[in-house]
Design a protein around this ligand. Structure first.
Ligand code: FES
Ligand code: FES
Length: 168
């Protein structure tokens, strides 16, 4: 019987910006972006719920676009600018989206919250006054096991400058 030595994966160099800071790393080609952020960079605010693109809890911003980091490989963001929930507030104060979640009790356990915050932040950067339909569409891409969604929708409306109770 022959024993085989496991081969180490080839490491691929990547250079990117994460929360405004330059990052140079060497990663296996199959390392997921979510694992890179959490395990290599220690940015554990990016949560992994389902691991296959359904729950939205791993959402971050890549060049301003909301992206599910469990569906990307780290090598795919070579050269990109990433923002995770840790970097969503440039000055350390609550952003309007974060403040809206606090004001409206838009979280309970908080597991889903970084994903909601990143998605809404990305949306409002491109569309500061989204319609109710656009807001609901954005929230639709996220699962929350705790809140029943009503307070999250209120928070999203507040952040978007819409009536918190909805158009009456
Ligand atoms: S962990 Fe990425 S979408 Fe659920
Ligand atoms: S607040 Fe618990 S999963 Fe959303």
């Amino acid at each position: 019987m022959t024993s085989s030595t496991p081969t180490r994966p080839t490491l691929i160099p990547i250079s990117l910006t994460v929360n405004g800071l330059p990052v140079d790393a060497a990663v296996p080609g199959r390392m997921l972006l979510a694992d890179f952020l959490r395990d290599e960079l220690g940015l554990t605010g990016t949560h992994v719920g389902c691991g296959h693109g359904t729950c939205g809890s791993c959402t971050i911003l890549v060049d301003g676009e909301a992206v599910r980091s469990c569906l990307q490989f780290a090598v795919q963001v070579d050269g990109c600018a990433l923002t995770t929930v840790e970097g969503i507030s440039p000055d350390g104060r609550l952003t309007p989206v974060q403040q809206a979640f606090q004001d409206n009790h838009g979280m309970q356990c908080g597991f889903c919250t970084p994903g909601f915050v990143c998605s809404l932040t990305g949306l409002l950067a491109k569309d500061p006054a989204p319609s109710e339909e656009t807001l609901v569409d954005t929230l639709n891409g996220h699962l929350c096991r705790c809140t029943g969604y009503q307070n999250i929708l209120k928070a999203a409306r507040q952040a978007a400058g819409r009536p918190v109770e909805g158009d009456q």
